[in-house]
Design a protein around this ligand. Structure first.
Ligand SMILES: [Zn+2]
Length: 213
């Protein structure tokens, strides 16, 4: 039997769509509870793409996955987009935004890397996070200090084409730090986040292409 990984419903019984596409690890009602809303913008000049709004339902699933250590949920996030990502970013190496060593050890897995594993694209770690703090608990000013908290791993071969990946884009401060660290390396850059904070969608279209904060 095939059960929805979030609600546990038997996928062969819920709907025609679920019976037909039952390799989706989520049932259609759990899948549609997330707000699919494509965001495309240029972040510090680099094209950024994200398929989901960071809504309450999305956030709850993400917390269950990363904070409760429910590794089985790794494929639910990008399942509908995996083929498209593989095709669109062929030739790119995926580079995850890093968690602190302490967080990674606590979870027992690298949650961003695992979310993108279903795309089949190569993944390489380039960054380490040096800070110990929890980003959520910080104020906005403190978050901007993240700039000094990620660093390039020493002696790494940097790929020609890098797709920076993360679970969500909130303030964008970590991504900004990553872009700054790769700025003089002659790398072709793209960004893909699984979700994006509401604030980015609210920006007028013209501004979306010129995020330099
Ligand atoms: Zn479900």
């Amino acid at each position: 039997m095939h059960r929805c990984l979030l609600c546990g419903r038997d996928l062969s019984r819920t709907s025609f769509r679920d019976a037909l596409y039952s390799d989706d690890p989520l049932c259609s009602s759990c899948r549609s509870a997330w707000v699919k809303k494509t965001l495309k913008m240029r972040f510090c000049g680099v094209p950024l793409e994200s398929p989901y709004l960071y809504s309450d339902a999305f956030s709850a699933a993400l917390i269950q996955y990363k904070e409760c250590g429910d590794e089985a949920l790794k494929d639910i996030f990008l399942y509908p987009f995996r083929d498209r990502i593989r095709f669109r970013y062929r030739g790119y190496t995926l580079v995850p935004m890093p968690s602190t060593q302490a967080k990674r050890e606590e979870r027992g897995f690298d949650h961003v890397r695992c979310m993108f594993a279903c795309t089949g694209l190569p993944v390489q770690d380039l960054f380490v996070r040096q800070g110990q703090g929890d980003q959520k608990k910080r104020t906005r000013t403190q978050r901007s200090l993240v700039l000094e908290e990620i660093a390039l791993m020493p002696d790494m071969q940097i790929p020609d084409k890098v797709l920076l990946i993360d679970d969500t884009v909130t303030t964008g401060s970590t991504l900004k730090a990553a872009l700054a660290l790769l700025a003089d390396k002659g790398v072709k850059l793209r960004i893909y986040t699984v979700s994006a904070n509401r604030r980015w969608y609210k920006l007028p279209f013209a501004k979306r292409n010129d995020i330099i904060e």
